[in-house]
Design a binder for this molecule. Structure first.
Ligand code: RFL
Length: 409
C-alpha cells in the first residue's frame, strides 16, 4: 500500500468508515451506540442517498439484526410482509407460499433508500459524525494493524485532505476506494460472470400481482417485485451490451406483458419508468475481507448478483459482525474477532452465492456450455430450466429447501 499522503489532517477517529450505504450506516450506528469514536465519509450528497432506489426484500434475519440494535422502527411501521412467489411458464403458473414452508419466514419489503434514510436519521440523531460529498481517494498505511491508516479525501470544497484512524472500514461498494487501495496480491478476487444481463426497471405503477413474479419465457426472463403501493420493480432479461435507453417505454411494457403472459394471467399496471439500468449478473467476492487495518463489508467485500436479493442482507450481516469485532478490539484489546471476521462472513457469502447461482440457472438456464463458451444447442436449453422448475412445483422437500434458502441469510 503506497505511503504517500496528501493534504492536511482533517480529523481522526478510531474507525473511519467509507460509504453511507446499508453496510456503512449499520456499522456506524452499532459503533456509535457502543461509544466507539467513528466518522463516515460519503462521496454522494445527502439528497442522493434519499433517492437511490435499489434493494427492497429484507430477510427475516436482517430484520432481527436491525431490531437488535434499535434500527428497525421504520421498516416495522411501513414495511410489507411478503411470503409468496409465482412462477409463470409455458405450462401455466404455480405459486409457492414460501412464508409457510421451511422455517416459515417471510421477507419484509422496504425500499433500500427508506432504510438508508432511517439509519442516517438514527446515526445523526445520536450525534454520529458524517461528511457528505467527501470522496475517499485512497487508503494508505493500512498494511498492519500496528500502523495508523490514513484515508485521503477530496472534500466538498475540492480541497485534498486526509482522515486518520486506527481502523478503516471499506463499505464503499464494489468501485470504491477501499478495493482500489488493496495492494496487488494482498487478497484474492473471485469473479464469476453468469453470462446473463437484466434491464432493471423501477415503474411508477402499483404492483400487478400480490406475489413476487418470475416468468420463464423463450424470449427470456421477466420479473415483478413490489416495492410500495405505488412503485414496482421489474426485470427484463436483455442481450449483453444492451444500453438502458435502447427501447421505448411502450416496447418494454409490451415485452414484460408478453413474457409474463398477461393475456393469460391478467394485464400489468403500466406507468412511467423512474429508473432504468442494465445489470450484468455476476459475483465478485474478495478473500480475505481484511488487509491489515482495512476491513471490507457489503458490496465492497462480496458483490452478488441481485437474482436472489441477497446483497443488502449480506451487507447488514457483515456490518454487525464487523462492529462486534471492532468493539472487542477497541474496547477490550481482543483482536480474535477481527482475525476471524473474514472466514465468518465468507461462510455466509458462499451460502448466499450458491442459492443466487441456483436461482440464475432456474430462471435462465445456462447460456453457454460450461467452460467452452459454446452456445447451447436448442436441445439443451429447456433441459436446464424445466427439471428445476418441475421439481420445485411438485416436490415438497424441494419447496422447503427453496423457502429456507430464499428468505434465509
Ligand atoms: P452501497 O449501497 O453501494 O453503498 C456504498 C456507499 O459508498 C459510497 N461511496 C463512497 N463514499 C466515499 N468515497 C468513495 N470513494 C465512495 N465510493 C462509493 C456510495 O455513494 C454509497 O453511498 O453498498 P453497501 O452498503 O455495501 O450495500 C449493498 C447494497 O446496496 C446492495 O448489495 C443491494 O442493493 C443489492 N440488491 C438487493 N439486495 C437485497 O438484499 N435485496 C434486494 O431486493 C436487492 N435488490 C439490489 C437489488 C441491487 C440492485 N442493483 C443496483 C444492482 C436491486 C438492484 C437493481
Amino acid at each position: 500500500m503506497e505511503s504517500q499522503r496528501a493534504g492536511a489532517v482533517l480529523g481522526t477517529a478510531d474507525v473511519v468508515i467509507l460509504g453511507a450505504g446499508p453496510a456503512g450506516l449499520v456499522l456506524g450506528n452499532i459503533l456509535r451506540t457502543a461509544g466507539i469514536d467513528c466518522v463516515i465519509l460519503e462521496r454522494a450528497a445527502r439528497a442522493e442517498l434519499h433517492t437511490r432506489a435499489r434493494a427492497g426484500f429484507l430477510a427475516a434475519n436482517t430484520v432481527r439484526i436491525l431490531d437488535r440494535h434499535g434500527l428497525a422502527d421504520g421498516l416495522r411501521r411501513h414495511g410489507q410482509q411478503h411470503g409468496t412467489c409465482e412462477f409463470r411458464t409455458d405450462s401455466g403458473r404455480f405459486r409457492l407460499d414460501y412464508g409457510s414452508l421451511g422455517r416459515r419466514e417471510r421477507h419484509t419489503v422496504y425500499p433500500q433508500q427508506d432504510l438508508v434514510a432511517d439509519l442516517l436519521a438514527r446515526y445523526e440523531g445520536a450525534g454520529g459524525r458524517i461528511l457528505f460529498a467527501s470522496e475517499a481517494l485512497a487508503v494508505t498505511d493500512a498494511d498492519t494493524d500496528r500502523t495508523r491508516p490514513s484515508v485521503s479525501v477530496r472534500a466538498e470544497d475540492g480541497r485534498p485532505g486526509r482522515w486518520q484512524g486506527r481502523y478503516v472500514a471499506g463499505c464503499d461498494g464494489r468501485h470504491g476506494a477501499a478495493r482500489r487501495s488493496l495492494p496487488p496480491g494482498a487478497v484474492r478476487r473471485h469473479h464469476l460472470d453468469l453470462g446473463v444481463s437484466w434491464l432493471g426497471l423501477l415503474a411508477e405503477a402499483p404492483p400487478s400481482l400480490d406475489a413476487i413474479g418470475y416468468a420463464v419465457h423463450a424470449r427470456g426472463f421477466a420479473g415483478h417485485m413490489a416495492r410500495t403501493a405505488e412503485v414496482t420493480r421489474y426485470y427484463l432479461q436483455c442481450a449483453r451490451g444492451t444500453a438502458a435507453g435502447d427501447r421505448s417505454d411502450e416496447w418494454i411494457w409490451d415485452e414484460l406483458e408478453l413474457r409474463m403472459r398477461a393475456a393469460e394471467h391478467g394485464p400489468l399496471h403500466r406507468g412511467r419508468f423512474l429508473q432504468r439500468m442494465v445489470i450484468d449478473l455476476e459475483s465478485d467476492v474478495l478473500e480475505p475481507l481484511r488487509h491489515g487495518s482495512l476491513l471490507l463489508a457489503g458490496d465492497a467485500a462480496s458483490l452478488l448478483s441481485p437474482s436472489a436479493a441477497k446483497g443488502a442482507n449480506l451487507a447488514v450481516l457483515e456490518a454487525e459482525l464487523l462492529a462486534d469485532a471492532l468493539i472487542a478490539a477497541l474496547r477490550h484489546g481482543s483482536t480474535g474477532g477481527l482475525d476471524g471476521y473474514s472466514a465468518r462472513c465468507l461462510a455466509h457469502v458462499r451460502q448466499a452465492q450458491r442459492f443466487s447461482q441456483w436461482m440464475t440457472r432456474l430462471l435462465h438456464g445456462l447460456p453457454h456450455a460450461p467452460g467452452r463458451g459454446e452456445p447451447l444447442s436448442p436441445y439443451h436449453e429447456p433441459l436446464q430450466k424445466r427439471p428445476c422448475l418441475d421439481t420445485l412445483r411438485t416436490s415438497p422437500a424441494e419447496q422447503d429447501w427453496f423457502a429456507e434458502q430464499y428468505v434465509g441469510i
